[in-house]
Structures are given as C-alpha cells and as structure tokens.
Write a protein that binds this ligand. Structure first.
Ligand SMILES: O=C1NC[C@H](CO)[C@@H](O)[C@@H]1O
Ligand SMILES: [Ca+2]
Length: 437
C-alpha cells in the first residue's frame, strides 16, 4: 500500500472534526456571541446579510451540526439565544436567496433536530418577510427585500436566486399547512425553466418584471448552480415529478452542450445558451459541487469523472483556487473563502456508493483546512492559496457545511439516517435527523 493508500482511522478523524468544531464554537461564544460572521484572526465580527445589524447567522448555521455531533450543551446555548434575542423586525434589506438558504434553512433544520416550536415560528416569520419579493408578474423574485417594510429592489436576477427555495419552502408549507411558501418556490422555478432556450439551456441573468433574458451565458457555476441542484431536490425531498422532468431536461442539455474532455479530464464549459458556442475554459470552484448532483440524478460516471478532475487540482494546490483554467493549468483567482463544494460532492458520492475514494478526497480537504486555514480563534478564508496567505473571515456556511460533511463521512453518526436523508445546498439537514440514542 502506498502512503496515500494506508489504512485511515476514520473514527479518530471524526472525533478530530468534532474537537475542532467544539474549539471554534467556544471561541465564537467568547468573542462574537450572537454575531453573524466571526473574524477569527482579529477576534472581531461582521454583519451579514443585513448591513449594520446582526441576526446570529453563524450560531443558527451551526445548530444542526452541533446537534449531529452530540454537542448538546452548545446546541442548548444556541437555542437559548434564538429564543431570547433573535428578532427579524429590522428596517434593513437582505438578499432573499442568502437569507432563505442560510437562516430559513438553518432554523428549519434546528427545529427538525429538537422539535422546539419557537424555531419553526422564527423560520415562518422570516419567510413571511421574504415573500413580498416573489410578488412579480413572472413569479421570479426580486433579489432584495426590506425585512420590516417589504420594499423590494433589483429585478435583474439569475437562476440561483430565482430557483433555490423549494426544499426550505416545501418543508415550511408541510410543517405549517400554509401552501403559500411552496407555491412561491414552485412558481419561480417553473418561470425560469419555461424560458429555457431551444437547446434546453438557461442563461445567467433575467429581468424578473418582464422575463426577458439579460445575458447569453449558460453556466453550471454561479449564479446558476443551485437552480439545477434544487430541480433535483424538489424530486428527492418532496417527490415532485415536475421537478424531476425539469432536472432531466436541463441536465441532458448541459451534458450535450457543456461537457468537454481535456487531457483525459472531464470539465463543463460556459457556452452561449442558444448556439452552444464555447465561451471560456475557465472553471469556478463553486461548480465543483456538481459532480455530486450528477451522481444523485443518475449520471454516476460523469459525476465521478468531474469530481476526480477537481480532486486532481486539489492535489496540486492543497486548497482549490476559486478560479482555475484547465487549458493553462493555472489559477485565475487565488482566493478561497473556506469553500465547501468539493467536500459537498465527495460526501454525496460517498453516500451513494460508500467508496473510500470519496472519503479520501474529503479527508484531504479537511487536513488542508487544518494546515492552512486554522487561525488563533477559528478557521479563516484564504487570501492567496499559492502563498498560503490567510484573510480574516469565517463564512456562516462553514458552520453548516464542510464540518458537517466531514463528520458524517468519518464518524458514523448515530443521529443521522445514512439511507434516507436530504441536505440543502447550505448543508441544512431537512430529512434524516434521528432522535438522540
Ligand atoms: O450554495 C451555496 N453557495 C455559496 C456558499 C458556499 O460556497 C454557500 O452559501 C452555499 O453552499
Ligand atoms: Ca451549495
């Protein structure tokens, strides 16, 4: 066995992930309790998604991860803060997309973990404040809404910010009996799909008022990525056959027009959404989630090949650059904001076939993070993955995503149903949480 084929003590690795989560949480508790984004080099904090007001973003994003790890005292502490201090009645505007996947999703997964009704009530209150954005002639939502006044802004939107709602809103409608949430999400998803080109592709910018396309670029990366993810998820979580039809139609077009092989590696290129003409060979790290989605949706060979292409880049750089050009083999953006996507894909592939190949990709992702992202009070973004220069910011999704994916892959978690589950694009577990012991 080569050194990289040596046996791994996966249980010990899972315990290590739990210890790092507990350590980072203790520092958040001491330095930034109730704040949105922790700055783990300086010990400071930054608000998001509101400009000058904190909503406990990292705390809420962490809750289902804490619960899965059995960090019950920490979970109870967070629940106490939510019940005592969380108030969405703020005169400020937020991104509908970011607020929905992070805060509505985070509150729902925490509710499903402990069944406390206060968490569901908070999720519903917040969704009610986001719904005015969906009141457009097309059903495609505005990008921003004021949480107190309902004032909306910026109709020039994109597939991800149009279609990344159905698992959260479908769950909210199921739990409350109020169908408005699911209907708004369905309407937005369908409105975008109905405007696909004759060759079945979506461009990446559209006017919510008129439904007119404002760009010609089809991409599987941002700002389109989670649209495709949520077409599949509407089927996987809610059993919606219309979502499966949309997923199958769009994926067939992507595989036909955007998949390329280069020096034996499998990539997806941006193309003109009507002609299919290739626009670039540049790859966005955020697109590396897509291999897991392809495998979930039945294209197992393509999903594996695409994930292997990204894993080879991770092997070269240690931490993936957020922009990479496969034609030159060079980074086009040397930052990395503690991005979880390759760990997300590895986790989804591992759930499907339990092959250690995928867990080893997740292990490399974790060990590189410990080696280069670890700072005085927690884990931080990288300013330059080539020189290993750190920034000073821990994004909210870190608490909800890769630490959960690592733990579930390595630790054989007794509180997670490995056979029947669903995680959102933000890592929120909306199906598959088992009671404690
Ligand atoms: O779907 C998403 N896109 C961007 C973030 C992670 O990079 C996160 O918010 C989520 O995974
Ligand atoms: Ca995601």
């Amino acid at each position: 066995l080569g050194v990289d084929e040596a046996e791994v003590d996966w249980t010990a690795l899972g315990e290590d992930v739990k210890a790092e989560m507990r350590w980072a949480w203790a520092n958040y508790r001491d330095h930034a309790w109730g704040k949105d984004d922790f700055l783990p080099v300086s010990g400071g904090s930054r608000s998001f998604p509101l400009r000058d007001h904190h909503l406990g973003l990292s705390l809420i994003e962490a809750m289902d991860t804490l619960w899965l790890m059995g960090l019950d005292a920490e979970f109870a502490d967070a629940l106490g803060w939510v019940k005592a201090a969380l108030d969405f009645d703020v005169d400020g505007e937020v991104s509908v997309f970011e607020t929905s996947i992070r805060l509505v999703g985070g509150l729902l997964s925490a509710h499903l973990a402990c069944n406390d009704p206060a968490l569901l009530a908070k999720a519903r209150d917040l969704a009610d404040r986001l719904l005015p954005a969906f009141d457009t002639p097309t059903g495609i939502p505005y990008r921003y809404v004021n949480l107190k006044t309902g004032a909306v802004r910026d109709p020039a939107t994109n597939p991800a910010e149009t279609g990344t709602y159905i698992p959260e809103y479908g769950t909210l409608s199921r739990l409350t009996g109020d169908t408005r949430y699911r209907e708004a999400a369905d309407h937005a998803l369908g409105a975008m799909y109905d405007r696909r080109s004759r060759i079945g592709l979506l461009a990446d910018k559209i006017d919510a008022r008129t439904g007119e396309w404002l760009s010609r670029r089809a991409t599987i990366g941002p700002p389109s990525d989670s649209f495709y993810e949520y077409c599949w998820d509407g089927w996987q979580l809610l059993g919606d056959p219309g979502c499966k039809t949309m997923y199958d139609t769009l994926t067939a077009a992507i595989l036909a027009h955007q998949a390329v092989r280069h020096k034996g590696a499998f990539w997806f290129v941006d193309v003109d959404f009507e002609t299919g003409a290739r626009l670039s060979t540049e790859q966005d790290e955020l697109a590396s989630f897509y291999g897991g989605l392809l495998a979930q949706g039945g294209a197992a060979a393509e999903g594996a090949a695409y994930t292997r292409a990204w894993a080879a880049v991770q092997d070269r750089f240690g931490i993936l650059p957020e922009g990479y050009d496969y034609a030159t083999g060079q980074p086009t953006a040397r930052t990395n904001s503690l991005r979880p996507e390759l760990a997300d894909a590895a986790f989804n592939l591992w759930l499907l076939d339990r092959s250690d190949e995928w867990r080893r990709i997740g292990r490399a992702h974790y060990l590189a993070m410990k080696r280069w992202n670890k700072a005085r009070f927690g884990y931080t973004d990288m300013a330059d993955v080539v020189t290993r220069r750190q920034a000073d910011h821990c994004p909210g999704y870190w608490w909800s995503e890769q630490m959960k994916y690592y733990y579930l892959m390595f630790a054989d978690c007794p509180r997670f149903d490995y056979r029947d589950n669903y995680l959102s694009t933000e890592g929120n577990v909306l199906k598959g949480l088992l009671g404690p012991d």
